[in-house]
Design a binder for this molecule. Structure first.
Ligand code: KG4
Ligand code: ZN
Length: 338
């Protein structure tokens, strides 16, 4: 079974070819990605109309490149998967439109995949480190922060989520306040490397709420008030200290809640997915806390933490392997909204 996957929910155009047998971890044959980060940088965030237009320009050349890299042709493709949401409607329509058109032209089924399911299952793309079910998943992206209990493919129970901003949004908004570029997460982490994380005592909202929900909106406000106090001529060291303190506050909350989820469920495997999962301090802290509990943390390969086509093709492959419906209803619905 060869699955061609398309991701276009936000600012990355991703295409990948994944091969799956009836059993065993599916294999990534080839993938290609175009990031629009440089294009949106000048605006300090993603401009939806520009994103859609760029997906249109990139998607077919990337698909050709993936097939060439895999030594395959369209005739080898058995199933076409695409991100059906959540995401920017115009951007999603590009991937869905291409996938459904290819499906009609080739006489092959298509399958819309929930973007977060793609992230959730992406650690299965780590060659020798595929987690086994059940596990707790911490999904930390620019738009979502959720803890899930995962009992199998398609068997997901929400344990808790953010009541306002997502963790990635907290990174991005704080970074913007600090005058850093977009996307803010990696930029803030780089600046934080030169700062003292204990320099500023920032709030850790809902840390002791007793549940598994998160709240990050107050943190951004706290960063803003600290910056206002520091004044317009804030020195480099104070900026780095504030970046380090912000990163530590976010990591503290994510770690505490993930550990609580492991304790509450009694599970011993934690999967971390989504862009914030690339954060080095989060990885170090989670690894250390989980080890103390006798638990293991699984991550996708670093390059597959942020949006990509491989996770979409992989989710489709796993759905097919687990006997879940692996085709959109016919005729395909153009229903890409969340
Ligand atoms: O999963 P993703 O690529 O896209 C969404 O589905 O949102 O996640 C993007 C988010 C952004 O907020 C970005 O700032 C954050 O992930 N991010 C990071 C790091 N790399 C990406 N945040 C903290 N540290 C990083 N190293
Ligand atoms: Zn994502």
């Amino acid at each position: 079974m060869n699955i061609l996957g398309f991701e276009s929910s936000c600012d990355e155009t991703g295409v990948a070819l994944v091969q799956a047998e009836a059993v065993g971890v599916p294999r990534l044959r080839a993938q290609a990605l175009h990031s629009q980060v440089a294009m949106h940088e000048a605006y300090g965030g993603v401009v939806p109309e520009l994103a859609s237009r760029d997906h249109i320009r990139r998607v077919l050349p990337l698909a050709r490149q993936v097939l060439a890299d895999a030594g395959a042709t369209l005739a080898d493709v058995d199933l076409i998967a695409y991100t059906r949401g959540p995401g920017l409607a115009g951007a999603l329509l590009v991937g869905a439109g291409v996938a459904v058109s290819l499906g009609l032209a080739l006489g092959r089924p298509t399958l819309g995949i929930h973007h977060l399911e793609g992230h959730l299952l992406s650690p299965f793309l780590a060659d020798d480190d595929a987690p086994s079910f059940p596990f707790v998943a911490l999904l930390v992206s620019g738009g979502h922060t959720q803890l899930m209990r995962v009992d199998g493919v398609g068997r997901y129970a929400l344990l808790g989520e953010t009541v306002d901003d997502a963790a990635g949004e907290a990174f991005d908004k704080s970074a913007k306040l600090l005058g850093l570029g977009y996307p803010g997460g990696p930029a803030l982490a780089r600046l934080a490397a030169f700062g003292n994380p204990k320099a500023f005592d920032l709030p850790r909202p809902l840390l002791h709420s007793g549940d598994l929900d998160f709240s990050f909106a107050g943190l951004k406000t706290a960063v803003m008030t600290r910056l206002q106090k520091l004044g317009p001529n804030v020195c480099e060291q104070a900026r780095a200290d504030l970046a380090a303190s912000t990163q530590l506050a976010i990591v503290d909350v994510l770690t505490a809640k993930a550990v609580r989820a492991l304790k509450d469920t009694g599970l011993t495997r934690l999967v971390v997915a989504g862009g914030v999962g690339a954060n080095a301090l989060l990885r170090e802290t989670l690894d250390a806390r989980a080890a103390r509990l006798g638990a293991r943390v699984h991550y996708p390969p670093p390059a597959l933490c942020t949006d990509n086509g491989a996770m979409i093709a992989l989710a489709a492959a796993l759905r097919w392997q687990h006997g879940l419906p692996a085709a959109d209803p016919a005729p395909p619905r153009f229903d890409v909204l969340p």
